[in-house]
Design a protein. Structure first.
Length: 768
């Protein structure tokens, strides 16, 4: 019998997934053609524990017919202990068994250690084959009755490459005409193909499915880019397709046994004191579905940000789009750990060490903040802002902060190892930490993209911006993940160590600036705001010299964010004698305005109110100093009055006055009947269920009672009203909001103090 001939194919790795006992790969070549291949893969896990437990484990795996080879012991390096040990190597016969085995092993957690068992199968496969999403590769394959079976696969590029190309992708968009909370039978699907749009009513499911199928067959898109696709559109479409026994061409793959469980309930979880909602996941096979409303990465860095992190983490693109930047970093760290020869634990195993009350007080202190001294005034002139460049990630790299390196066993008795200031934790000097190694490359990579963005223009500059933005958010989360209780590479002592180094470096920067005759105006975590004692302007040379000295003494690059010709620290709305650490605005010498925390940057306030403050702030930016601002009060009062007149006339669209809130509970769990509860009640009456963490929008209506209590109407209730019905919103409520947002930015410069009097018809000021 003649051997089966082997053919060769080249292209980009487009998609990777597994069903049953096979790994499936889709490639896209330079001509735009898509090809499906399949491969067999036997994942390897390792176990370590008492012999009697390991015997029971092996016996159970034999019963499941889960072993492809005879178990044997192999020498590996333990991650935290940094020592060699013999662990039991288990080669699984079928990859589909791994999730089942992992769930079973959870019941035995603590009785023995298991390694490499919870790495996503596509990722594990790509690590084993040294490939990654969107890499250029060459595949040798043979034709079988089941399709193209991979004989060998080899990547022609590396995930560390900073300059790379991706093939052009054809995109079809999916969105809803009405709110996503309406029943789909009352809604319509908006399908975008290039510059054209198709509006397909959803009240006739079979018609909708056939219309969609026709578009998908004709266009054959690579990406379906949706809004609320995971939460609403695809659960509805798949449900109707299963009921009618007609499945449109959502998936390119027609060979793999694809089974979907229709799920509409997402998950809600708490992070940093905020309740976050995450919709269910509806990926496609051989085609990408990316939900812009269910992707943090897409919101902040668009498609190239997703591509960048998928390449680095080896997470498939659709998985990456729905994952956090912290998960991407975890998989980058897994890749580093595997290359270093470590066993990767399946659960975080480094618990916090016991501490006395005094030790807890010293360790659990967070970042350092110096509040601005507002007794000297809310507004300042000639203030320079200096920022440490990526302070926390840089600390982790420079000082080798990684969970296995802080208070490590191998350096326990070495008095000469580096120590964490104030805390006395020892830091390993025998090995480079996994977290440090991973972040060093990310820092270098982001710096490269930022430089290239400045050197290019147009589409190329936009691509570099998207790439660096995704890395920025990864670096932002890298510090938090060190102390996250479920992080695979996390340990509270390493989190505390970064904070301790950060406080020391900020104090050093403050002291260096003061030694040069500068006064500290404000400081927060990684930034200092300074002013000369005589309040004169800074020269470029003075600031550059200061930054170089700070860099020399701290080891971290310090950059000049800008010099403010005027800078404002608005007081707290709760206490006018108190500033807010992360709220300020000011005009740089370059003419650029910078603001943080003010109303025009908030997403919860109505669009009309934000636009009003933005107009005022833009006007303020045209004034170079505080006297110019104060002498031009009539102009900003004119801007305020123009917006106030629009509110008084009632000519604002109700959509521009919607207030946005994130629900912190389900309706049943609210104890106070505030606006969010009342909005949820209205949605519940419409048959619309809202989970904790979802966003809602409501309008404040004109009160019908003499007592003047506020009334609210949720967006969906208003959309059901006839187009010609006038919606009476509470003019006084929104006028008060406008006054408040005006007061926030103008109070320190105003010639009057009673801002509420602005709403009075008797208002008299000497500006005529």
């Amino acid at each position: 019998m003649e051997p089966t001939p082997v053919s060769e194919a080249r292209g980009y790795l487009f998609d990777v997934y597994h069903t049953e006992d096979r790994i499936y790969l889709w490639t896209k070549d330079k001509h735009g053609n898509h090809t499906l291949f399949y491969d067999f893969y036997q994942p390897i896990i390792y176990a370590n524990g008492p012999p009697e437990i390991l015997k029971k484990l092996v016996h159970r795996l034999y019963e499941l017919d889960a072993l492809a080879d005879k178990p044997c012991f192999e020498e590996k390096t333990l991650f935290y202990e940094n020592k060699k040990t013999n662990v039991l190597k288990l080669v699984l016969s079928r990859p589909s068994l791994l999730p089942r085995i992992t769930r079973k092993l959870y019941a035995l957690y603590g009785k023995f250690d298991i390694f490499h068992s919870d790495i996503d199968l596509p990722v594990s496969y790509m690590v084993d084959r040294n490939i990654y999403p969107l890499c250029k590769l060459v595949i040798e394959y043979k034709e079988t009755i089941f399709g193209k079976q991979i004989v060998s696969i080899r990547s022609l590029t590396r995930p560390t490459d900073r300059e790379y190309t991706v093939p052009p992708f054809k995109i079809v968009s999916l969105s809803l005409l009405k709110s996503h909370r309406f029943d789909m039978s009352l809604n319509s699907l908006r399908v975008g193909v290039g510059e054209k749009f198709h509006i397909i009513p959803a009240d006739k499911p079979m018609h909708l499915l056939k219309e969609l199928d026709e578009i998908l067959v004709q266009e054959d898109p690579d990406i379906l880019l949706s809004a609320y696709g995971d939460q609403v559109i695809f659960p509805y479409l798949f449900s109707k397709a299963q009921n009618s026994n007609f499945m449109p061409s959502f998936d390119r793959d027609k060979t793999a046994p694809i089974r979907r469980k229709i799920q509409t309930q997402g998950t809600s979880f708490s992070t940093y004191g905020t309740i976050v909602y995450r919709a269910p996941s509806y990926p496609l096979f051989g085609r990408w579905h990316i939900d812009s409303k269910n992707s943090f990465l897409y919101k902040h860095s668009q498609l190239y940000g997703i591509y960048e992190l998928a390449r680095m983490s080896r997470l498939p693109v659709q998985k990456m789009a729905r994952s956090s930047t912290g998960k991407a970093l975890t998989y980058i760290e897994i890749d580093v750990a595997l290359r270093m020869g470590y066993l990767v634990p399946w659960q975080k195993s480094a618990v916090e060490s016991p501490k006395t009350a005094l030790q807890l007080l010293n360790a659990d202190r967070g970042g350092l903040v110096f509040q601005p001294d507002i007794y000297k005034g809310y507004a300042w002139e000639n203030v320079a802002q200096l920022d440490f460049a990526q302070m926390y990630p840089s600390i982790m790299v420079i000082h080798n902060i990684s969970p296995e390196c802080v208070n490590c066993v191998c350096c326990e008795n070495d008095p000469d190892v580096p120590q964490v200031p104030q805390l006395g934790y020892k830091i390993c000097n025998k090995r480079k930490g996994v977290v440090s190694e991973a972040l060093e490359h990310v820092l270098f990579r982001r710096s490269y993209y930022k430089k290239r963005k400045q050197q290019t223009h147009g589409e190329a500059a936009e691509i570099y911006e998207e790439k660096q933005a995704s890395l920025k958010w990864m670096l932002v989360t890298s510090f938090g993940y060190l102390g996250y209780r479920n992080a695979k590479f996390g340990r509270l002592e390493s989190h505390e160590s970064v904070n301790a180094f950060g406080r020391e470096k900020l104090l050093t920067a403050k002291e260096v600036a003061e030694e040069r005759g500068c006064a500290l105006v404000h400081a927060i975590t990684d930034s200092i705001f300074i002013q000369k004692e005589d309040k004169s302007p800074f020269t470029k040379e003075e600031l550059n010299d200061l930054c170089e000295e700070i860099k020399f003494k701290t080891g971290i690059k310090m950059i000049v964010d800008g010099v403010y010709t005027w800078l404002l620290f608005p007081p707290s709305s709760q206490d006018s004698k108190m500033p807010v650490a992360n709220r300020y605005m000011g005009r740089f010498e370059s003419g650029i305005l910078k603001s943080r925390g003010i109303d025009s940057r908030r997403k919860d306030l109505p669009l009309f109110i934000r636009d009003a403050q933005k107009k005022m702030v833009d006007w303020m930016n045209s004034k170079k100093n505080i006297p110019e601002l104060k002498n031009s009060e009539k102009e900003i009062l004119s801007i305020y009055r123009s917006y106030d007149d629009i509110l008084k006339s009632g000519s604002v669209s109700w959509r521009d006055l919607l207030i946005r809130r994130s629900t912190s509970n389900s309706m049943e769990d609210y104890e106070v009947q505030g606006p969010s509860f009342l909005a949820l009640t209205q949605l519940d009456e419409l048959g619309m269920k809202v989970q904790a963490g979802e966003k809602i929008k409501y309008l404040v209506l004109k009160s019908k009672s003499k007592t003047g209590g506020l009334r609210y109407a949720v967006e969906e209730v208003l959309e059901l009203k006839p187009p010609d019905e006038k919606i009476l919103w509470d003019k006084e409520y929104y006028r008060k909001l406008l006054t408040s947002t005006f007061q926030e930015v103008w109070a320190p410069f105003a010639s009057f103090s009673d801002f509420d009097s602005l709403r009075s018809d008797q208002f008299l000021l000497p500006f005529s």
